[in-house]
Design a protein around this ligand. Structure first.
Ligand code: GLU
Length: 462
């Protein structure tokens, strides 16, 4: 272990790696490398209902792809539950926390009766002395008076009236620790010296510090809350509206070094108008205290221009190598299936081009024939979009079942008749590799986007 700062990235396995998490990971990584510190990777997977092992793989792969190597971890919160249980025990024993059996309905009903505009917990169970039995929430008792404040490297002093901080939960009624508790315990146990994270956590920090003090952890870490990433309409980047997954940029053929370079400029700049910086330059020049607090716009056109600068700077041999390697990652998942169906090498590409071309190529003749032949074309696409959205796990077998169900909903009994419209919409052709595996390889978001595009084409009579 070095004496330098200890920083961490603490993603929750939600299913994809957000570009904002990528930016936060990068700033932590740059800080650690520059200061001779240690960069810790911690997976915050306490939400057992939502976590899946493949989501964790996705995080590790995205971090590796971006070249953000970690020095410790990955640690998994799901494997550290004894530490959290012990901390909760200590809070209960000292009276800093208490058990609560109020239902959410009862809490909001009392807030309504009080005429409270900011409904929150009213401390009803504070002094009832309930045993912390299974089925009861454990809440932290926050001070009624005074203020909590901390100095943020980027935002200056942040102060909150304690009266505004409700008695928040630290243990769920099913016994699982809540986010804040696990987050604080781990930062203490892992001796994190600098908490560099997204602005969306500013409001958690006063609660964080109350817990920190109550658990007697000693000197606090330094906080730096990075500005939010915004889209061009200056709205917070969201999965619903915007392309936010690092994986999507990778799959579309952005270079990791270009994306990393671009992410470094979201909230920070080298102080002049340089936009292309090598990793060594970033490590040398990055200054945490120079990060701006105003939201940073994530502009894909800007990213494209950075990416094309990197591409132009390659030797031709490098360009060939990189393009080939990328192409391979796109169609390789279907290699064994394609092999059964091709007569020439060229067909390997025409059969898989839906996986890598930026714009889907629709065979106009096959499309027209498909639309004529399948009266339920539109109904199948609509039902499939709905079913695919609801699928839990984007896997070939599950996609198959969802398509059968979509066909039935659209009044189509034979699977083949449900399959044909989906295939045409998603691959642009009426023949190709097995559909379920193709959709799995393409990914849910892109599949849904193509179904929507096909529905628009149908509506406009195309
Ligand atoms: N797991 C949290 C998140 O994904 C990170 C919290 C933190 O960095 O403290 O937002």
């Amino acid at each position: 272990m070095t004496d330098g700062p200890r920083v961490r990235i603490a993603p929750s396995p939600t299913g994809f790696f957000h570009v904002g998490t990528g930016r936060t990971a990068l700033f932590n990584w740059l800080y650690a490398r520059q200061q001779g510190g240690t960069f810790v990777l911690r997976i915050e997977d306490t939400d057992t209902a939502r976590n899946r092992p493949e989501h964790v793989d996705g995080i590790l792969r995205a971090m590796q792809w971006l070249g953000l190597d970690w020095d410790e971890g990955p640690y998994f919160q799901s494997e550290r539950t004894a530490l959290y249980a012990d901390a909760i025990e200590r809070l209960l024993a000292s009276g800093a926390a208490y058990a609560c059996d109020c239902t959410p309905d009862a809490v909001s009903e009392r807030a309504r009766q009080r005429g409270d505009k900011t409904p929150g917990y009213d401390g009803f169970c504070r002094d009832r002395g309930l045993e912390p039995l299974a089925g009861r929430l454990v809440r932290f008792r926050t001070p009624d008076t005074g203020q909590s404040s901390f100095d943020d490297v980027i935002r200056g002093t942040v102060t909150v009236d304690n009266a505004k901080i409700e008695d928040f939960g630290v243990r769920k009624s099913n016994g699982d620790p809540l986010f804040l508790l696990a987050n604080v315990v781990d930062d203490a146990e892992m001796a994190i010296t600098h908490v560099i994270r997204g602005e969306d956590h500013v409001s958690n920090t006063s609660k964080y510090l109350l817990l920190w003090e109550a658990l007697g952890y000693g000197p606090r870490p330094v906080f730096a809350h990075l500005p939010l990433l915004l889209n061009e309409a200056r709205k917070k980047l969201s999965k619903r509206r915007d392309k936010v997954a690092v994986e999507d940029y990778r799959d579309e053929g952005y270079l990791p070094e270009a994306l990393r370079n671009y992410l470094a400029l979201l909230g920070w700049s080298p102080g002049d108008d340089r936009e292309i910086l090598t990793l060594d330059e970033l490590v040398a020049e990055f200054r945490l205290e120079d990060v701006k607090s105003a939201g940073a716009i994530f502009d894909e056109r800007k990213l494209q221009s950075v990416n094309s600068e990197y591409l132009r700077a390659f030797t031709v041999d490098d360009l060939v190598d990189r393009a080939q390697a990328w192409l391979l990652t796109r169609w390789q998942p279907l290699a064994a299936l394609v092999q059964e169906r091709v007569r020439t090498l060229a067909e390997v590409y025409s059969m898989t081009d839906f996986l890598y071309l930026p714009q889907l190529v629709v065979d106009a003749e096959e499309w027209a024939r498909g639309v004529r032949k399948h009266p339920a074309f539109a109904a199948v696409l609509a039902a499939a979009s709905k079913r695919y959205t609801e699928i839990d796990e984007w896997k070939a077998a599950v996609i198959h079942d969802a398509t059968v169900a979509a066909g039935e909903e659209a009044g189509v009994a034979q699977l083949g008749k449900a399959q044909a419209p989906v295939r045409l919409a998603v691959t642009g052709r009426s023949v190709g590799p097995p559909l379920w595996e193709s959709l799995e390889a393409l990914g849910r978001d892109r599949t849904l986007a193509r179904l929507a595009e096909a529905q628009r084409r149908l509506e406009s009579g195309g």
